[in-house]
Every structure is written in structure tokens, then in C-alpha cells.
Design a protein around this ligand. Structure first.
Ligand code: AHR
Length: 495
């Protein structure tokens, strides 16, 4: 069964640039994300650079990872960075109170993380401790990583073997301050934020300093309203937002063994991101009509029950074609809102929640979400091409969702890319992309699709789901007709 819908592309000179930082990632001290994920230690027989797996570094470089958030998450407001510097053997331990109650030896600390970011060519985004820390601890961290002259913290950094500062621009002022960050009211946090932000010097770091206020939980619009109202503009560059695609927090259901109804409900949650971003943006517009302050969605993704037999506090879940649908549709939403959304972080990079990479001892696999990230690299720092279209419906049991999600951009070589997601579990949907006026002569495309929605890569069969060349389209008189298979992501390139 085929349905037809036409995507019209507008070329607007002043359309926003899709910041590459929308394609950011998040790595928390949680389960097997850092320890036994990224970090295996210098003495591991798994190939590593300073203890970090080289296969992970290479895989993340291939998706041009623009930034990486660390060390949490909820962990951030328990973390004391000075425990993670200096000789590894002398470091105190920390009990990870939010995630499994495990004792960590602090062997992965500031130097390890920032050197990893250098190896990745990614901007570090440090989420600092406000909930159980102090202004001094916070500002010392900034001085430690950013001060180039004579100062107590620069001296300490040099004693620990690093001469030049790393130059960290992105700083989170606490995390989920309405919850694990301290159960604060927005009024209390806004005041605290003002205090912390006042002392956050960039130390002449040539990238400047970018301060991100801990943002709302999903549709807590009051939180955003209070932060925007009470924080003076010269103290803030970004306001965060967290939203996960969860069917029911008390019954999240299996990551791999799910029904079509569960798929539908997950996608309903994922597509809500459009409404969330629209409404939080409207509040921000009220206080900041010139759009000086960015919306930073620094936690998003699918969240299911953990895999059987794994620690419930470790949030280890598999990743199927459903996750590819979440990723494709959410990234399209961020692209289309790139006037305000300048940064986002998928939770979490390795072995936790909607991971792009899973590891099992020596083995590593790339998830369907990884391939979406890879296909969408073409949008990094490209100019948005606003689009309009009527989507056909995806119907399940009398309920419906828009079946098609799309976004488009033009890069610095004038190459046009259109990313299309058909979330319908059964129907091939044919879309027509009106490319008139874009001067397109050649079209090529890539697709991510599979036989079953539940398909995923395993350590036994790591390449079951992967992107490949796609040819099911026709270009005639500037009209590109594309047959999108059920639950597929397609990226079209036109030059
Ligand atoms: O990503 C897992 C957790 O989800 C983070 O630690 C927290 O910020 C959020 O609630």
C-alpha cells in the first residue's frame, strides 16, 4: 500500500545553521559506560590509548562526535574532581550512590577524560557538582583545566603532568537540580545558579566560557520560566532540558521483545520532543527575543528495562530498529528547531541506555542508533532548509501518529541533504521531495532498514543492521520520488 506526500523545501538566506553540537553524546559514571566501557586501563590486553579502548575512539571519530558530556548525570552532583587527579594508586574511592552502589577507584578522572576528548577531536562538556559541592570546588576545576598562567590550580595541573590547559568551554552548573541534583525549587536553583555563574571565569580561554543551567524535566515549563525570568542574561549561555522516550516509568518493557503497540507508544513519546522544544522555546522567546540563550537538550533517548541478568542500576539495554526510529525522528526535530536548539546529548555513548556502542570484553558492536548518527553527520554545521509537508498517518488500534519525519540542509559546498524517517511499521510510504530551485543534478542515498523492528546487532552477529546504499528513488523534472520502506531511515544527497 502506498501513500503520497510532497515535501516542499524553502531556501531562506537567513535560515539558521544546524549546530554540529546537536549531535553530541553523554558519558556518565554509570554501569559499564566508563569502567569496562570506554576505560579498560593501561594494562588491559584490549588495545587502548592511555587506558581508553582504541576501537571506541575510532568508532566515535567516524561519526564526528562533536562534544561529550561527563561525568554525569546524577553522578555529577556527587563527584569531587580532585579525587580523580594525581597518582592513580593514591586516589580515594567513591561509592556511586545513584547507580548500583558500586565502589569506584577514581582511576578515570579529569586528565583521562579531557585527553580522550582531544583524541576524539570533540569538545568536552563538564557537568560540575552544585548539589553537594561548593563554589570554590567548582571554580578551582575551571582554573585547573583552563588557566594558562601562574595560579594555584595551573601549578597543580602541571605537577600532574599537563603543561598547557585543555580549554574547556562548555560547563553544566549542576544536573537535574529538581531531582537528584538536590530536589530544589526553581527559585532556589536560579539564585544558586547566579552565585555560581558569577565566579565562573573563562581564564581567558580563547573559546570563552559557556554556562548551561540545569534544565527542566520534560514538560516542567514553570522551571524554564523561572530560570529565564530570574537569571540575568550576562550570566548564562544555555538552558538545559531532559526528556527520555519511556512508555511507563513503572513498566518500561523490554528493549528487544516489544509489541507493535509498545513501539507505537515509544514513538509517540519520542515525537513529543517537537512539542517540548516548541513550548520551552516560546517561554525563552518571551524573555530572550533575540535568542542569545540556547536550548541544550543534554539528555534524550529511549529507556527500557535492563537486559536480563544485568545489574538494574547499570541501565544496560539493547538497541533495535525502534531506537533508530527514535534517533532519526528526534534529530530531525532538533534540526528543524536549530534556531534555538544548539546542543543536545544522546544518553549514553557506551553500554548505557540508547548507546551507540556496546562492548563485551574484547568485542564491540555498533548499534542501529550509531548508523543514524553516522548518516546524519552531513547535517553538522550545514544551513537548515526549512521544509513543509503533510505527513500520512501511521495508525495502530484507532490511534495515529505522523508516519514521516524529515529535515533538510545545505552544506558549504551547496550539497543538499534530506533525512527521512518512515516510522510506519507496515507501509512503504512514498514521498516526493520538490527539489526545484536547488540546482540538483545528481542524487544518491543511504538507508538503514531491516526485516523486523526488533532487529539488532549482537556480539555473535554484529553486522545484522547497518546502513547501505539506497536506490529506490526517481528524479524527474526536479521532483524526487522516494519509496521509503517501513521503519527505515533514508538520507538523500543531492548535488
Ligand atoms: O542518564 C541516566 C540518568 O538520567 C542521569 O544520570 C540523570 O541525569 C537522568 O535522570
Amino acid at each position: 500500500i502506498k501513500a503520497q506526500s510532497e515535501i516542499k523545501i524553502q531556501v531562506e538566506e537567513d535560515a539558521p545553521i544546524i549546530s554540529k553540537h546537536i549531535y553530541g553524546h553523554f558519558s556518565e559514571h554509570l554501569g559499564r559506560c566508563i569502567y569496562d566501557g570506554f576505560y579498560v586501563g593501561e594494562n588491559s590486553d584490549i588495545p587502548n590509548k592511555d587506558g581508553v579502548r582504541t576501537d571506541i575512539i575510532e568508532a566515535l571519530k567516524a561519526i564526528e562526535i562533536p562534544n561529550l558530556r561527563w561525568p554525569g548525570g546524577c553522578f555529577a552532583d556527587t563527584y569531587h574532581w580532585k579525587d580523580g587527579i594525581g597518582p592513580k594508586k593514591e586516589r580515594p574511592t567513591i561509592v556511586n550512590q545513584w547507580w548500583g552502589g558500586v565502589t569506584e577507584d577514581n582511576s578515570f578522572g579529569t586528565h583521562d577524560f579531557l585527553n580522550l576528548c582531544e583524541a576524539l577531536g570533540a569538545e568536552p562538556y563538564l557537568a560540575a557538582n552544585v548539589g553537594s559541592g561548593t563554589v570554590k570546588e567548582f571554580t578551582d576545576w575551571i582554573q585547573y583545566v583552563n588557566h594558562d598562567g601562574e595560579s594555584p590550580m595551573a601549578k597543580l595541573r602541571r605537577e600532574n603532568g599537563r603543561e598547557k590547559p585543555w580549554g574547556v568551554k562548555y560547563w553544566g552548573v549542576g544536573n537535574e537540580m529538581w531531582g537528584c541534583g538536590g530536589n530544589m525549587t526553581p527559585e532556589h536553583y536560579a539564585n544558586l545558579y547566579r552565585q555560581y555563574a558569577t565566579f565562573m571565569s573563562s581564564w581567558s580561554n580563547d573559546k570563552g566560557i559557556y554556562r548551561i543551567a540545569s534544565g527542566a524535566n520534560v514538560d516542567d515549563y514553570h522551571w524554564t520560566e523561572v530560570l529565564m525570568r530570574d537569571i540575568p542574561k550576562h550570566l548564562i549561555e544555555g538552558v538545559a532540558l531532559h526528556s527520555y522516550s519511556v512508555i511507563d516509568w513503572n513498566n518500561k518493557s523490554s528493549a528487544t521483545d516489544f509489541s507493535e503497540e509498545e513501539y507505537f507508544l515509544t514513538m509517540k513519546e519520542a515525537l513529543k520532543m517537537d512539542e517540548l522544544v516548541t513550548k520551552h522555546t516560546a517561554i525563552m522567546d518571551k524573555y530572550d527575543p533575540d535568542r542569545k540563550i540556547d536550548l541544550v537538550v543534554d539528555e534524550w533517548g529511549g529507556w527500557y528495562d535492563v537486559e536480563e541478568g544485568t545489574n538494574p542500576g547499570f541501565l544496560y539495554q539493547q538497541n533495535t530498529m525502534r531506537d533508530a526510529m527514535i534517533a532519526g525522528a528526534t534529530l530531525n526535530i532538533f534540526n528543524n528547531h536549530s534556531e534555538r536548539v544548539k546542543m543536545a546529548n544522546l544518553a549514553q555513548t557506551v553500554n548505557v541506555l540508547q548507546a551507540v556502542i556496546l562492548t563485551n570484553e574484547k568485542k564491540m558492536l555498533l548499534t542501529p542508533t550509531y548508523y543514524v548518527m553516522k548518516m546524519y553527520t552531513v547535517h553538522h554545521d550545514a544551513q537548515l532548509l526549512p521544509i513543509s509537508f503533510e505527513s500520512p498517518k501511521y495508525k495502530v488500534d484507532g490511534k495515529s501518529l505522523p508516519a514521516i519525519s524529515a529535515s533538510a540542509s545545505k552544506d558549504s559546498n551547496n550539497t543538499v541533504h534530506v533525512s527521512l524517517v518512515n516510522i510506519d511499521a507496515h507501509k512503504t510510504n512514498t514521498v516526493t521531495v520538490n527539489m526545484n530551485g536547488l540546482n540538483i543534478k545528481n542524487v544518491s542515498a543511504t538507508i538503514l532498514s531491516s526485516e523486523k523492528l526488533q532487529d539488532h546487532n549482537t556480539f555473535e552477529e554484529p553486522n545484522k543492521v547497518q546502513s547501505k546504499e539506497f536506490k529506490d528513488f526517481k528524479l524527474k523534472k526536479g521532483m524526487l520520488s522516494v519509496d521509503l520502506p517501513p521503519f527505515s531511515v533514508v538520507v538523500i544527497e543531492g548535488k
